[in-house]
Write a protein that binds this ligand. Structure first.
Ligand code: FAD
Length: 361
């Protein structure tokens, strides 16, 4: 276990903002992770868990407590590694929380483990993926997670949750919005296959020149996803400030039927009668709409805010970016302006996806 003091957090987050942590402990095994968390909890001090830092905006004042940095390693195939094992429950792989997510996806593609290929190029570590049920291009981790092993800080014991008990929904799970659980490792149940899961995203199908629902070689799916993500500034690139972000800053709103009808009415009033906002059916008669569309149509186009140090990505309206030199206050001020502007224009309140530490929108 490594311990440091006064550690600047900006360099450990993809948004590149945030002051120092009073203390930082780096845990390299699950036991160390539990011990580090227990020690802070026993002392009743503030604790922040930090993985890849790609979904965190930390205040300029920093974090007045201990940051426990997850650096645990280990990928263990538990069953079904031989190819063609699909018929007997697929391939079960236990992955430590600190394993790099995209490296795991690359390995899955190379091994013939289908189910996460559309989640290529997402930054961060594996233990954070169940927290917000990471998703993109028609896939989400909830579709391949078999179970999540956690340290329960409240009950002070290890608890394993089967998929059905993780309460996965769109960008949410029982592990989000609470500090109670520390994810120690995740068991994935992949399909043993050289072909992707059916392509479930229209743009991806178009990029691959196949119909929705088709299956393509795993490597082709990964390459097509990475190509689309790069065009949208959604693959980290040290030379491209459009990627110095937390990815999407807002989730896509899910509205009740009446709420959606009111929103569609306001959109038609504002933009013209023929305009119907993009929408997709959700369970329970609810409707999902596009945050990127709302932001754009409310007048915050790509690059909005430039040349200020915090501006929307020039490739995607959903990403609030740090062009270099932005403070956390700048980032939050821009996000607030966009959220409030969308609400004024359309009556829909956007909700932030990244976790804000010591900050409010
Ligand atoms: C360019 C870019 C593109 C992105 N694209 C996508 C995308 O397509 N889809 C998507 O869903 N997300 C996307 N994201 C957001 C982000 O990458 C994911 O949410 C990722 O899973 C966060 O992982 P992390 O390791 O960086 O977590 P961190 O940012 O370190 O932590 C995020 C939150 O999870 C908590 N946490 C971290 N590790 C653990 C653990 N082991 N146990 C319990 N809690 C933990 C932290 O305390 C914090 O509250 C993108 C981000 C960027 C910068």
């Amino acid at each position: 276990m490594r311990e440091e003091r006064d550690v600047p957090l900006a360099a450990l987050t993809t948004m590149r903002v945030g002051g120092p942590a009073t203390r930082m402990v780096t845990a390299e095994t699950s036991d160390e992770l539990v011990d580090a968390v227990r020690e802070v909890d026993d002392a009743e001090e503030p604790l922040l868990l930090l993985s890849g830092g790609s979904n965190l905006v930390v205040a300029d004042a920093g974090f007045p407590g201990t940051v426990v940095r997850v650096a645990t390693r280990g990928i263990e195939v538990e069953a079904g590694a031989e190819r063609g094992a699909a018929s007997c429950g697929g391939v079960l792989v236990r992955v430590a929380a600190g394993e790099d997510w995209d490296a795991l996806v690359a390995r899955a593609v190379a091994e013939g483990w289908a189910g996460v290929e559309a989640l290529s190029g997402i930054p961060g570590l594996t233990g954070a993926t169940p927290v917000q049920n990471v998703g993109a291009y028609g896939q989400e981790v909830a579709q391949t997670i078999a179970s999540v092993r956690t340290w329960d800080r409240r009950d002070q014991r290890v608890r394993t949750f089967a998929n059905a008990d993780c309460r996965f929904t769109y960008r949410h799970s029982r592990f989000k919005g609470t500090d109670r659980y520390v994810v120690l490792d995740v068991v994935f149940q992949f399909e043993a296959a050289d072909l992707s899961r059916p392509v479930a995203y229209a743009d991806l199908a178009a990029g691959l020149d196949v119909d929705l629902g088709a299956r393509v070689p795993l490597a082709d799916a990964r390459e097509a996803v990475l190509a689309q993500r790069r065009r949208r500034g959604m693959v980290l690139d040290a030379d491209d400030p459009d990627t110095w972000s937390c990815g999407s800053f807002f989730t896509n709103p899910i509205l009740g039927e009446a709420e959606f009808a009111a929103f569609a009415g306001r959109a038609a009033e504002r933009l013209g009668d023929g305009i119907r906002p993009p929408h997709w059916p959700e369970p329970g008669g609810r409707v999902k709409t596009s945050a990127a569309w709302l932001i754009d149509k409310a007048g915050y186009g790509k690059g909005f805010g430039l040349p200020a140090p915090a501006a929307l990505s020039t490739k995607h309206t959903l990403a609030v970016t740090n062009r270099g030199g932005a403070t956390a206050a700048d980032v939050v001020a821009l996000a607030r302006q966009v959220r409030d502007g969308v609400e004024d224009a359309f009556g829909v309140r956007l909700v932030n996806e990244p976790v804000l530490v010591g900050l409010e929108l």
